[in-house]
Ligand binder design. Structure first.
Ligand code: ATP
Length: 582
């Protein structure tokens, strides 16, 4: 559904509330338009000596009643009409997030987070403004403007014509200025976010800045961005300083025309002094609608562009889609994972990242995948989870082509632990039970035991309830990695895929954890990528990947006997470890 369809559907659903809101809005205008009529009576009574305390009190009472009615009606339209725009924003935002969750990973490569963030913030903001205050200003301005002009014509058509002459200048000027205003306002926002980003970097990178004695240069950088922010603000202030006096000038120009021409008319008795006062009051009421018109036009243009940008995301089709009749994974998996002659090239890439890769990770065994940096290990794992789309007939789980499986089923059976340990700033327990919110404490502890993290969590004063804080600073790198592993173990998946998730854990602990995994669940398929060959030497089968191809395979002993790439890498790492130990 496009953004526009969503707004329309919501408007249909909220039609009654919107109708009441707009009716109240117009009633406020009607009430407001009656106040100058009452003032006219007061002025005329005073001029012609008809005024007495009783009559004036009656008129004053009338003005008070109208003011109360207006206040009450404002309380009716505000929540209804502004509430609508908030609802539009909320629904578009949740559609946007839902849709992004369903998109394949490649979409995020093409649309960087900053770009998507802009759509979820600035663009939604523009749409909210247009469907809220913009719509109100359009209806209110049009009605008020036409009604004020009608009352003016009613009093004196000639005077009305003279007074309205300078008005189009206000519309044109506002339109022009609001465009400038918007571009300068955007610059202020950009300068502000650049500055806050720098402040954030300085605070979170405090240790690095101290270590490398960068305080002075960082201070200079901050000074530059603070000056940029100040300059952007001054630019904006300058335009505001020009705009409002100009508006007042044009309004006064109309007033001068009215006084110049209306005074004599009143003197010659064509209109009463009361009419003259009422006329100037209506004229005053006309400035806002004229400004509103200019402002609303540019607001709507901006919102339309924003709505298109949001729709672009909403209408993008995920490249990875579920089959029409998805196959069902068996309840008791026993075949494991198989990759057959898999060749893969990233969309837009110049060459293949994987070429004719064949691999089998049988159930109940721990299979390892090793190879130099950039050889394609992570790519293979991503294709296995269909985070990117593999060609049909190349990746099989339990004998079923992953392209025939429902993505949700696949991901509940094949759980991946990625290289980066991502944790939310929430409690340790919440992070641990992310995929299984109902998990018991006992199950959580068992998962922590398997990930060799339980003793350390027990030492924490608040245990499982420990708050991890922003970017989980409370935990070390290795602890964060083990927590992510425990999170995957809690799901007890049929296939566990580990993409070097223990790089920050010492070799001894890594080996112990992997041994735990092999021991804990018979029947589970485990596929491990590790940079440390020693940690996976016990694997049932090891595949060596180089530049997208399987160059060697076998168990540790047979691979060593080959005296090839595995042997050399292993010997090199063993040597480095010894040097490190010495
Ligand atoms: P490491 O050991 O550093 O994790 P790896 O063996 O896992 O490396 P991959 O991350 O699979 O290697 O990367 C293999 C190749 O694919 C690299 O040349 C990389 O530049 C390229 N590549 C990775 N991701 C993408 C992407 N999203 N789009 C295009 N090319 C990519």
């Amino acid at each position: 559904m496009s953004g526009m369809d969503l707004v329309r559907a919501l408007a249909r659903r909220k039609a009654l509330g919107l109708g009441i809101g707009f009716a109240a809005l117009i009633l406020v205008d009607v009430t407001q338009l009656y106040i100058p009529r009452l003032i006219k009576f007061a002025v005329d009574d005073l001029t012609y000596g008809r005024a007495d305390a009783h009559r004036l009190l009656l008129i004053a009472g009338g003005v008070l009643v109208l003011a109360l009615v207006m206040a009450a009606l404002r309380m009716v339209w505000r929540p209804l009409l502004m509430g609508f725009s908030r609802e539009v924003e909320r629904q578009l935002r949740s559609e946007l997030f839902d849709h992004l969750q369903r998109m394949h990973l490649g979409y995020l490569d093409d649309n960087p987070p900053g770009e998507l963030m802009a759509r979820a913030t600035n663009d939604l903001n523009n749409i909210r403004m247009a469907t809220g205050i913009g719509l109100v200003a359009a209806v209110d301005g049009t009605f008020m403007g036409l009604a004020a002009i009608a009352f003016m014509i009613y009093i004196s058509p000639i005077l009305a014509l003279l007074a309205i002459l300078p008005m189009p200048a206000i519309v044109i000027l506002t339109r022009q200025q609001s465009r400038h205003f918007h571009s300068r306002y955007t610059k202020v926002q950009e300068a502000f976010s650049a500055m806050t980003e720098q402040v954030r970097e300085v605070i979170s990178g405090a240790r690095l800045i101290k270590t490398y004695a960068l305080a002075d240069s960082e201070e200079r950088r901050l000074e530059v961005s603070a000056r940029g922010y100040l300059k952007a603000n001054l630019n904006l202030a300058r335009i505001m300083a020009m705009f409002f006096p100009l508006m007042v000038f044009f309004t006064n120009l109309s007033l001068a025309v009215v006084v110049g021409a209306g005074g004599p008319l009143a003197v010659f008795g064509q209109i009463t002094p009361g009419d003259f006062v009422a006329f100037t009051a209506y004229l005053g009421m006309l400035t806002w609608p004229m400004m509103a018109l200019g402002w609303v036009v540019s607001l709507m243009q901006r919102a339309r562009a924003s709505l298109e940008r949001v729709s672009e995301v909403l209408l993008a089709q995920p490249a990875v889609q579920d089959a029409d009749h998805p196959a069902r994974l068996p309840d008791r998996p026993d075949l494991g994972v198989e990759v057959r002659a898999l060749t893969y090239r990233y969309p837009g890439a110049a060459s293949d990242t994987l070429s004719r890769v064949g691999l089998a990770a049988p159930a109940g065994q721990l299979t390892a995948l090793v190879g130099p940096i950039g050889s394609g290990k992570s790519t293979l794992l991503r294709l296995l989870g269909r985070l990117y789309e593999p060609p049909r007939g190349s990746v099989f789980v339990e004998g079923l082509d992953v392209r025939d499986l429902r993505q949700r089923d696949l991901r509940s059976q094949v759980v991946q632990v990625p290289q980066e340990a991502f944790l939310f700033s929430d409690s340790l327990a919440h992070n641990l039970a992310l995929g299984r919110p109902g998990a018991s404490e006992e199950e959580m502890w068992a998962a922590l035991e398997a990930a060799e993290l339980a003793p350390e969590v027990r030492e924490l004063p608040r245990g499982l309830a420990t708050e991890l804080g922003e970017r989980a600073h409370t935990l070390s790198g290795g602890q964060r990695q083990r927590l992510c592993l425990a999170r995957a173990l809690l799901l007890n998946p049929a296939v566990l895929v580990l993409d070097d998730p223990l790089s920050a854990v010492d070799t001894g602990t890594e080996t112990r954890i992997l041994a735990n995994l092999a021991r804990l669940r018979s029947g589970r398929t485990t596929l491990v990528v590790s940079h440390r060959l020693a940690s996976v030497a016990f694997a049932s089968h090891i595949y060596v990947l180089d530049r997208g191809q399987v160059v060697e395979q076998g168990d540790h002993r047979s691979l060593m006997a080959l005296q090839g790439m595995y042997h050399d890498l292993f010997a090199e790492q063993a040597l480095l470890a010894e040097l490190g130990d010495g």
